[in-house]
Design a binder for this molecule. Structure first.
Ligand code: UDP
Length: 373
């Protein structure tokens, strides 16, 4: 036996860490504040309709990392799923991200790839090193497309002017001069056949792992051995440096008959519409047949002390505060910060898995080295 170790949070990062450490012989206790595992990728069957619902917003697994893909497939069957998103702007529906189809539809043109590239080159603004979201968008697609597809959505999603946001947020989206309408360009993409919850449960199902649901771990509390903290980094320090900014989400569910929008995710680009997107969950599992449908309107707002933090905002002021927390984290021996909240970064699921595997490996090797001394 090795360890013991303690993990705060039974989301994806916490579950992968727990599994890796348990497989290496550590006794692991996972504390989870909620009454369920799987964090924000939690999925559940909707009682009335049987539709698999992504309770905390849509999660699509996509990666270029073959090891990560093999890893998650060990814990559940993934079905092929190619995510496509449409965006409603000014009363019309366009493919998102911006592709040749979007450009031609928007400008009422029939340009080929080269003509469209020249056209976007001419209409986009010449900004050598974009410093923020707005500059990034203007230099990438020009003002007309920026205003139609990014400005309103981004204000709603982040609650501030796009010029106050980091350029990195927009760099998540490609611009394509082809009719490829896939949302992600990664080699591996899929949906777990029964949702994410059984995948996380399978990771945690190990004789050396004990999961304590509805049991938040109090930071600094007397626990045995090393702690891996996947909660918010500022919460670990009881917000001693102030509160880092997060966006939280409100979800409004509705049951309807038939098919509401014909796709899993429809974005609402116009600033006047209060929600950012509508998710129609049954389209995430096209292999299932349901007569009814569950749709979810998603609204973002500032995260209060009692709300669920979803997105780290990372404004300039927050970065300064973050650096103080990172310094405090480095000075806190026997605690490692992991995941989207623990590192205050906008991480996708595959990156969480990669980092959790790497953190576990590093920890195990360092522990072995200590024992040899
Ligand atoms: N975005 C936008 N319009 C869209 C889609 C995305 O303005 O139709 C911007 C918005 O600021 C969003 C960011 O691009 O927060 C990243 O989008 P992504 O789809 O990766 O967001 P997620 O699904 O993680 O919420």
């Amino acid at each position: 036996m090795r360890g013991p170790v303690t993990i705060a949070g039974a989301g994806l990062s916490g579950a992968v860490l727990a599994r890796e450490l348990a497989d290496a012989g550590y006794d692991v206790t996972v504390y989870e504040a909620r009454d369920h595992v799987a964090g924000n990728c939690y999925t559940e069957r909707h009682a009335e309709t049987g539709v698999l619902v992504h309770r905390y917003g849509p999660h699509i697994f996509h990666t270029d990392d073959a090891e990560v893909w093999d890893y998650v497939n060990r814990f559940g069957a993934f079905r092929p799923y190619a995510h496509r998103v449409w965006s409603k702007a000014g009363g019309t529906v366009f493919p998102m991200p911006i592709s040749l189809a979007t450009i031609n539809q928007f400008f009422g043109s029939d340009m080929g790839p080269d003509a469209a590239r020249d056209f976007i080159d001419e209409t986009s603004e010449d900004i050598a090193a974009p410093h923020n979201f707005e500059e990034q968008a203007l230099s990438m697609v020009g003002r007309a497309l920026y205003e139609a597809f990014f400005e309103g959505y981004t204000r709603k999603q982040w609650g501030c002017a796009p010029r106050d946001l980091p350029a990195a947020i927009l760099k998540r989206l490609p611009l394509r001069f082809s009719y490829d309408d896939g949302y992600f360009a990664h080699r591996f993409q899929g949906m777990p056949e029964e949702g994410y919850t059984p995948v996380i449960e399978a990771m945690l199902n190990h004789p050396r792992i004990a999961v304590r649901l509805s049991t938040p771990l109090n930071p600094g509390h007397d626990v045995d051995g090393h702690v891996f903290w996947s909660g918010a980094i500022d919460a670990y320090f009881y917000h001693s440096e102030g509160r880092l900014g997060y966006r939280t989400l409100d979800f409004e569910n509705e049951v309807r008959a038939g098919d509401y929008q014909g796709c899993a995710v429809m974005n609402y680009a116009d600033g006047a519409v209060p929600y950012t997107r509508i998710t129609e969950h049954k389209h995430f599992a096209p292999w299932e047949a349901h007569e009814q449908t569950v749709i979810t309107r998603e609204m973002a707002r500032a995260c209060g002390p009692d709300d669920v933090p979803y997105y780290p905002i990372r404004l300039a002021t927050e970065k300064a505060m973050l650096h103080r927390y990172i310094a405090a984290a480095k000075a806190t021996r026997n605690v490692t910060f992991v995941g989207r909240l623990g590192t205050y970064r906008y991480l996708d699921m595959d990156v969480c898995v990669r980092e959790a595997i790497d953190v576990a490996e590093k920890f195990i090797n360092a522990d072995l080295a200590d024992q040899r001394l």
